[in-house]
Write a protein that binds this ligand. Structure first.
Ligand SMILES: O=C(O)c1cc(C(=O)O)c2c(n1)C(=O)C(=O)c1cc(C(=O)O)[nH]c1-2
Length: 228
């Protein structure tokens, strides 16, 4: 691929920031300090379903990926989320976020707050990774290009507006500030190396658009369940 074509492709992917869920009204209210305790707890409990399914999504990508060098790096995502021993990893950190916000571990783990729309959106993402070509699944993870800005804004907002959440609970977001740029740099390397035809590039762009829809639908369902 020529440098110009690659630049255009990457620019088209990056332009999907316009469809990212940082602009969802619920996130806008969250970052402006306008969410109630109940709304934040509802968001945390529901988003847990996304967190716990991310490693299963990444395991599906590994299972479908014939490229050893890619697998060797991709596997890190699973250990980042699952940890390698009890008490570690992103899933555990999210549970601690929930506890810091006044939820019990049990009520997060047993999905009693999980609403159907969030379940459907997350299941659609895992299913996409299981059934579509692995490079498209890699492309769908590229929403993480846009995540660090949102994470930084969220951290500042939580510290400023939601002092009732124990600050140690925010460790999850701090870890993602480092993990997300590393992860999406790798994902971008993979899609630019593998998507060389206009068709392949379009499929990658479509996969990213699909993922923006997953995240948006998830937020719509949360917003409906915890109205103003
Ligand atoms: O809180 C967020 O806004 C947000 C967004 C995203 C994303 O853009 O998909 C991820 C995460 N968080 C996240 O914590 C995470 O581990 C993650 C993994 C992935 C992925 O698609 O592989 N996205 C995201």
């Amino acid at each position: 691929m020529t440098a110009t074509l690659e630049r255009d492709f990457v620019a088209t992917l990056r332009a999907h920031s316009r469809r990212y869920h940082d602009q969802h009204p619920f996130h806008v209210r969250m970052n402006a300090g306008r969410c109630s305790r109940g709304q934040l707890r509802g968001w945390i409990a529901n988003r847990f379903y996304y967190q716990e399914n991310i490693p299963r999504k990444d395991a599906a990508i590994l299972a479908n990926c014939p490229d050893l060098a890619v697998r060797r790096r991709w596997i890190r995502r699973i250990t980042d989320h699952d940890g390698t021993v009890p008490g570690e990893g992103g899933v555990e950190a999210w549970l601690r976020l929930g506890e810091a916000a006044g939820l019990t571990r049990d009520e997060i783990l047993d999905h009693r707050h999980l609403v159907p729309g969030v379940r459907f959106a997350v299941d659609a993402y895992v299913n996409f990774a299981r059934t579509r070509p692995w490079v498209e699944a890699v492309a769908s993870s590229l929403t993480e290009l846009f995540a660090p800005d949102l994470m930084a804004e969220r951290l500042a907002a939580f510290e400023r507006w939601y002092g009732w959440i124990e600050p140690s609970g925010l460790a999850y977001f701090r870890a993602r500030l480092e993990q997300a740029p590393r992860d999406c740099e790798h994902a971008l390397e993979v899609v630019t190396a593998y998507c060389l035809s206009a068709d392949a590039q379009q499929r990658a762009v479509d996969a990213l658009a699909f993922k923006c829809d997953v995240l948006w639908a998830q937020m719509d369902a949360i917003e409906k369940a915890y109205p103003e």
